[in-house]
Design a protein around this ligand. Structure first.
Ligand code: AR6
Length: 171
């Protein structure tokens, strides 16, 4: 099962997979970080599609076409803003991954690439966030045989290292 999880350095907007996941905010109208990069690369049709959806609560996910991206779809999810860990952040972050994998499965998507949701502007501690990401990826891969690959795409080395150590845990 481990072979179905890949950790790579790179820019998620260049990934030619069935779906990439966006770390969005509740408005779904774009922002900085990976959200800004995805909106720039996908083009203005994405903003129009997101506007039509009308927002997304924290811990849930919504799907749009990929428009100008090599990925066919974009799954937009909203991570928790880190407020010290005592405000349900871990459950909300896990819910983001579960909702994203459930949407992918509902659309028959097999290869999904994800950023480290919540670990940038929303300040979720990297080690704890990547542990949740890997645990949820393992659970989704075990429960959904049609899911072929979960690809964690890391912009920087420190994120890449955190995923590697999360992957070594619980092997
Ligand atoms: N490819 C892969 N990873 C990336 C890319 C990229 N092109 N760009 C950034 N990252 P963040 P959050 C990484 O801040 O913490 C936005 O304004 C980044 O290095 O994008 O969930 C939204 O609109 C980090 O590891 O997302 C929300 O308001 C990870 O993506 C808010 O930020 C997540 O960092 C969401 O904050």
């Amino acid at each position: 099962m481990g072979a179905r999880i890949r950790i790579i350095r790179g820019d998620i907007t260049t990934q030619a997979v069935d779906a990439i996941v966006n770390a969005a905010n509740t408005s779904l109208l774009g922002g900085g970080g990976v959200d800004g990069a995805i909106h720039r690369a996908a083009g203005p049709e994405l903003l129009a599609a997101c506007r039509a959806i009308g927002g997304c609560p924290t811990g849930q996910a919504r799907i749009t076409p990929g428009f100008g991206l090599p990925a066919r779809y974009i799954i937009h999810t909203v991570g928790p803003v880190w407020h010290g860990g005592g405000h349900g952040e871990a459950e909300q972050l896990a819910a983001c991954y579960r909702a994203s994998f459930a949407l992918a499965a509902a659309h028959g998507l097999r290869r999904v690439a994800l950023p480290a949701i919540g670990t940038g502007a929303y300040r979720y501690p990297l080690g704890a966030a990547t542990a949740i990401a890997v645990a949820e990826a393992r659970a989704a891969l075990a429960a959904r045989p049609e899911l072929e690959e979960v690809r964690f795409v890391c912009l920087d080395g420190k994120t890449h290292d955190a995923y590697q150590s999360a992957l070594r845990q619980g092997e």
